[in-house]
Design a protein around this ligand. Sequence first.
Ligand SMILES: Nc1ncnc2c1ncn2[C@@H]1O[C@H](COP(=O)(O)OP(=O)(O)OP(=O)(O)O)[C@@H](O)[C@H]1O
Length: 363
Amino acid sequence: MIETLLEVSNLTVKTGKFSLKNISFDLKAEEYLIVLGPTGSGKTILLETLAGLRTLQDGKILLMDQNITHLPPEQRNFGFAYQDSLLYPFLTVKDNILFGAKARGVAGETKIQKRMRQLVEIMNISHLIERYPRNLSGGEKQRVSLARAILTQPSLLLLDEPLSALDPATRQLMKNLLREIHNTERLGIIHVTHDFSEAIQMGTKIIVLNNGSIEQSGAPLDIFFRPASLSLAQFLQGENLIGGTLISQNNQTWFKPSNNEPMLGPLNDSSVNGLEKHKPVVMMIRSGNLFLHRQYDSSQEFISWSAEINHLSFDRTHVDVFCKGNGSWQTSLSLSQWLNLELSEGDLVKLSVKPENCHFISC
Ligand SMILES: Nc1ncnc2c1ncn2[C@@H]1O[C@H](COP(=O)(O)OP(=O)(O)OP(=O)(O)O)[C@@H](O)[C@H]1O
């Protein structure tokens, strides 16, 4: 049975000049919700409101059908791990971790101690438990803060940038741990980040905040490939963003770039649905959806054109290939695909894209 853990409707929160406006979403027990957004978009304020730390002007919060909108924080049974960890400076790491669980009386002393030892082991902080917070690095503090939140056995875990201060190896470890906790304990998680790679790796659902409002919500890949606005496409580092208009030709829709490059099409009806012809749009083609070949792909399924390889940028697993021809294009290949093609800068190539992978945003 799909169980709704949290239901948030029309939350409005004013703080100084900033407002969270009409925030509505729900969270099923099996979902891992990511709140994504640029700095200052209201992510922390949303978490703090859910935790009962902010006064709301309007709206309702239901936790398993129980109205908790006006409950004080200590009665909500939420775990909160902060970006800046907020540990008690006068308590050791061990006592910091135990503090919440003991205060809430979540289990007997022996059980809490046992679970604490398991958690610090998994989080690789067992050697730190007698230290005081002032003697920890930022990443160590974050792990302590997370262990403290998990140990309280909350019904919902609120995580504010929980991985931001960790090195890549520890970050991966913590991602695995969070996934495991989420899956095995069916613990609801709301995880705030401004890092889309983190969002796509961890989330089963994303809400994107922009200037205090939900700009888009849905499955991570849907948001990645089909952002609803130009600002979101830019925030998600959308590649091949080109301004232009849609026009009709022989009963088909084509894209006419505003830079006087040749038209691109015919397009797929579903990708231009609801968009008006001759009105400004931006086309986005994700670099992974733009294919590079030595020769034309004769398949009718693709829109293809010629280009020249202009510039290459390698990383550990991929190469970004920048091409010029009917405009400037960026495509991305795995290193093995690239090596198989035996190409280099200056070579002539063919680019192709499936019409349904041309995403259009009205401006
Ligand atoms: N107590 C406050 N009084 C006035 N303005 C506030 C207060 N707290 C936060 N703000 C403002 O509200 C806006 C949203 O803040 P919030 O911390 O939620 O952003 P965020 O999306 O979490 O950003 P970041 O990614 O940088 O942590 C910011 O412009 C911030 O300056």
